[in-house]
Write a protein that binds this ligand. Structure first.
Ligand SMILES: [Zn+2]
Length: 423
């Protein structure tokens, strides 16, 4: 819920008092992010720090876009002036989604956008910017888009503060060509680095629309992940079957996605090698199956939907196996495609309700753990002094009611407030 003009809104340098502006202007400014020149304090009934810690009656002090201190209003403690009093809400780090497709959207003709479909570059940019904004307002403050070249202009506009959105890391164009030699693949990794990729995305196997078999050889995967490491980039590997999961893990890649038929041996191997694992349980399946006509008009085959429906029980069972594998780093990666941006947290709800994950583990997987997977573990995903002030609040007691993660009432990214429902 978005309050345009809350009575305790902080005064802002160079702007008229909130009460003097129209609600429409205030709302537009809020969505561009209120800047906070002075220190601000945020109070909430419960704080989850993103690493499994809980603070009751917490006050977070933010200054210069960073978290300065975290206090509790214990009995007899000094009562600081509160800028945003969030009442009984739960405050937590902004969510980090390690697998989205920022550039996917449905066009006004009711089809999945594709090159040459008549959309102008400006229309595409606006649609992708809308995806970014939807995710930010739903509490997602960092995303890893695996991805396409169309991500870059939106990533860069968000970074410059021109448009609202989560911090975006993108792979740009994924690596998919099984006919390249290992040396050519190494060159391609370096080219992506030069083009500005933040991460390398690789298709090690085909998808559910195909036979899910391994597509790149062990040598090809080894060359890609080795070269990426050498140039300081992480690797995210699309790997469906057990063989491709094993190959990506042994190749020293950073993150394995999907792993639908990964068995106990592959899960244990990933845990032993410290590989991050991103399975999906619900959102991506529902998101293809529910607006099925739009995907069908875009060329998706009936066999793909049958495969998706058949795969759901396996996905749920595989997820439960994964979270029961000791030391396996199972992270939040929604695989948000067209229609799913802003609903990312539905995947967390499902993981708890259908996959049997503890609410606290789900939150950690979407905060400090995912931040670590993205190489940002010392900057975001944790509420502690020195971290970026990426903070969200949800309406209710999140540990008792995971559904509260869908009710985001407050969003701050890097110290700027984009949404507030303070009391
Ligand atoms: Zn994907």
């Amino acid at each position: 819920m978005l309050f345009a003009a809350a009575p305790c809104a902080p005064a802002r340098r160079g702007s008229a008092p909130v009460s003097n502006r129209s609600a429409r202007t205030a709302r537009a400014q809020l969505e561009q992010g209120d800047s906070e020149p002075a220190a601000v304090t945020i109070r909430a009934g419960m704080l989850l720090d993103g690493r499994g810690g809980v603070v009751h009656d917490a006050v977070v002090t933010v200054h210069g876009g960073r978290i300065e201190r975290v206090d509790t209003l214990g009995f007899g403690a000094p009562r600081p002036r509160i800028t945003y009093n969030l009442g009984a809400a739960t405050l937590l780090p902004g969510l980090v989604d390690a697998h989205v497709h920022l550039g996917w959207y449905f066009t006004k003709r009711g089809r999945l956008h594709a090159p040459g479909d008549g959309d102008t570059p400006e229309e595409s940019y606006q649609a992708i910017a809308a995806n970014a904004r939807a995710m930010l307002m739903a509490g997602v403050t960092t995303v890893q888009s695996v991805g396409g070249p169309e991500d870059a202009p939106v990533r860069d506009s968000i970074a410059r503060g021109v448009i609202p959105g989560p911090r975006v890391l993108t792979s740009l164009q994924p690596i998919v060509d099984p006919f390249l030699t290992p040396d050519e693949l190494r060159q391609l990794v370096r080219r992506r680095r030069d083009q500005g990729a933040d991460v390398i995305k690789v298709f090690a196997s085909s998808g559910l629309g195909g036979d899910v078999a391994q597509m790149l050889t062990d040598d090809q995967l080894g060359a890609i992940c080795d070269e990426a490491r050498a140039v300081g980039l992480r690797t995210v590997i699309h790997a469906m079957n057990a063989q491709s999961v094993r190959a990506a893990t042994l190749a020293g890649c950073t993150q394995v996605e999907h792993g639908l038929s990964a068995g106990a041996d592959e899960l244990r191997l990933m845990a032993d090698r410290g590989v991050y694992f991103g399975p999906q349980v619900c959102l991506v399946f529902r998101n293809y199956l529910e607006p099925r006509p739009m995907f069908e008009r875009s060329g998706f085959l009936a066999a793909t939907f049958d495969a998706l429906r058949r795969a759901r029980p396996d996905a749920r069972a595989g997820f439960t196996r994964a979270i029961r594998t000791p030391e396996l780093k199972v992270l939040f990666s929604s695989d948000a495609v067209a229609g799913a941006h802003g609903r990312n947290a539905d995947e967390l709800v499902c993981r708890v309700r259908e996959g049997g994950q503890r609410p606290m583990d789900a939150i950690v997987s979407a905060t400090s753990l995912a931040a670590g997977a993205l190489g940002l573990g010392d900057r975001v995903g944790t509420i502690a002094p020195g971290f970026d002030a990426d903070l969200i609040a949800v309406d209710g007691r999140l540990l008792r009611d995971i559904n509260a993660v869908r009710r985001v009432t407050f969003v701050m990214r890097a110290g700027r407030v984009y949404k507030r429902g303070d009391q």
